[in-house]
Design a protein around this ligand. Sequence first.
Ligand SMILES: [Fe+2]
Ligand SMILES: [Fe+2]
Length: 241
Amino acid sequence: MNRRLLLKATAAVGGAGILGINDRAEALEHEMIRLLEAPERPPLRRSEDETPLSVMPEKPTLVDFFEHRFAPASHILQSATRAMNHGMSEEIVLACLLHDISVSNLVRADHGWWCAQMIEPYVPERVSWAIRYHQALRFFPDPAVDYEYPEMYVRMFGADHEPEPYIKAAHNYARNHKWYMDARSITIHDDYSFERDAKVSIEPFIDIIGRHFKQPREGLGFDNSPVAHMWRTMINPRRRL
Ligand SMILES: [Fe+2]
Ligand SMILES: [Fe+2]
């Protein structure tokens, strides 16, 4: 955990008047990702941001999104790199790689559910399932696998804060599910993936993407899937309507 980054993010979120524990936790995580990815850029929503966006290929692939929209994507690349270095399965590495893709690029509230939905048509079911539930599991320690309540949440809210009922319900459901450890693995590799100087790249993951991500022929955003509009929104988040 990068403590300087954590303190900076805590100060920024603390002054933002955000009341609910989950909103504050998500705001903090988002702020840490923003500080890691683009510390010089003010915290604007994409639609208000004037930074020119690069032109994407006509039929964009997931890797194109990493290069043109998610970059530098340091947090998710660090997370996937850790999972890979710890010998996790390819599905878990892919889940780590995609677990927060909505946060800086589409929407951050309830990002576990959003990220899962965005990729659901293209990945094995257990990958999107794990991503959906990592959001809730972040709030619950599991000593059996050395997952502790995140230090950044303790600093932010104190150890006695209680997650909202829907988060508790999601945790209870996931805890007893056969894929629990998939979602838990994301949280294990999530908490330590905020290092500022980490050298990471999408390259080591291209084969895993090729094996497990069903890239639509028409390009992401243009395959008429139920989630195509989400990818189109990321291609051009400044469309007026
Ligand atoms: Fe997350
Ligand atoms: Fe994360």
